[in-house]
Design a protein around this ligand. Structure first.
Ligand SMILES: O=C(O)CCC(=O)C(=O)O
Length: 367
């Protein structure tokens, strides 16, 4: 027991303090109201969002499962077919198997899935498009946002982020957003019609060798949505020294993160805390060549490792079962450049409802 800090009253059998019980009761009142407001306005208030995160922590994910069950009944997936795309030529059985693996392990790696030509083009995009310099631990929060061209020999920060609007204007990114294999996997895993909602690309550099929490280099779980998966695409080779992505296998499952850690709330965790709980065999460091894709349920504990050699460039897509949750500023598809996206916007417009789209999606041009 830590010295000097009064113990909170506890419910001995449940290992829950009185403060936690009160917070849970308040969250149980706030969340249904917030869900109704979201259904009517599309907005999630900050109190509702806090209640949502806390109820994930208290229920070990059961609340998310219950809400996901409702969503899958309201907006059932239309899938059931084969799909060819960046993950390969997948039969319906392949897709079911991959979704099952995602359910049990929380991640699946597809080595060298994206073509070298697409990696080259996306790398070129990253080298010619200004990126936001991300604030590092200990830096003032009120500094104006700085956008610079990334220079690998003279990195000024640990992390550089690209604007979603710029990414949405790139043909390769558009093709990935419209990729049939990713969309089918999303339908299968989320058990509903998915929404493509968070899109980002960033560099991690060796600007300093300490883990930086602003750059997501401490273990954490995400709780932006009710259910989702992320698609991390390595656009540079990632070896042990290039900050491989780490994931704790199975920690995305119900009670996959123990109450001891969940009761801390939405915080960053040290390697020691995570190692003590899971042991090194479950803490995976996913080094892989460029073009490799990690599909991952980031409800499980994950992080980027500090870079000790060349910088790492990652593109990340996300597919979710709802837009309820964290706020992301509106982003816009200024021009539809990818024929696949043009088709998908016509056939599955709801998948892209997070993004402002051109008023009219022109029909496919005949050659
Ligand atoms: O960079 C990584 O590998 C992890 C990134 C991450 O966890 C995040 O951006 O939330």
């Amino acid at each position: 027991m830590s010295a000097g800090r009064p113990e909170q009253p506890r419910f001995p059998s449940a290992g829950v303090s009185l403060v936690e019980v009160i917070r849970t009761l308040a969250s149980l009142v706030i969340l249904p109201w917030g869900l109704l407001v979201h259904a009517l306005t599309g907005k999630t208030g900050s109190k509702t969002y806090q209640a949502f995160i806390w109820l994930f922590c208290v229920t070990g994910g059961r609340m998310n499962s219950a809400l996901s069950w409702c969503i899958s009944r309201l907006r059932p997936a239309t899938g059931g077919t084969d799909a060819e795309g960046v993950l390969g030529k997948l039969s319906h059985e392949d897709i079911e198997r991959t979704a099952e693996r995602l359910r049990s392990e929380g991640y699946v790696v597809f080595e060298r899935a994206l073509s070298p030509a697409a990696c080259d083009r996306l790398l070129q995009f990253a080298l010619t498009t200004p990126a936001k310099v991300r604030r590092m631990d200990g830096e003032a929060t009120n500094e104006p946002v700085r956008r610079v061209l990334f220079d690998g020999r003279n990195a000024v920060a640990v992390r550089y982020d690209y604007d979603t609007d710029a990414l949405l204007d790139d043909e390769d990114v558009q093709s990935l957003l419209a990729d049939r294999s990713l969309l089918r996997l999303a339908q299968e895993y989320l058990e509903c019609e998915p929404v493509a909602d968070v899109l980002s690309m960033w560099w991690h550099t060796n600007h300093h060798s300490q883990p930086d929490s602003e750059a997501a280099q401490y273990y954490h779980f995400d709780m932006d949505r009710i259910k989702w998966f992320k698609v991390f695409i390595y656009l540079t080779d990632v070896g042990a020294d290039n900050g491989p992505h780490s994931f704790v296998a199975g920690s995305h499952r119900q009670d996959g993160i123990p109450w001891r850690l969940r009761r801390k709330g939405y915080v960053r965790l040290t390697d020691d805390e995570v190692m003590q709980e899971y042991g090194s065999a479950r803490c995976l460091h996913l080094a892989a060549p460029r073009g490799s894709i990690i599909v991952e349920d980031t409800r499980g504990l994950h992080k980027g490792n500090p870079v000790r050699a060349d910088a790492r460039l990652v593109l990340q897509l996300q597919f979710s079962n709802s837009l309820f949750g964290g706020y992301y500023p509106p982003a816009r598809i200024a021009q539809v450049r990818s024929p696949e996206l043009r088709t998908r916007l016509r056939d599955m417009p709801a998948v892209y409802r997070q993004y402002v789209r051109p008023l009219r999606v022109s029909p496919r041009q005949s050659p």
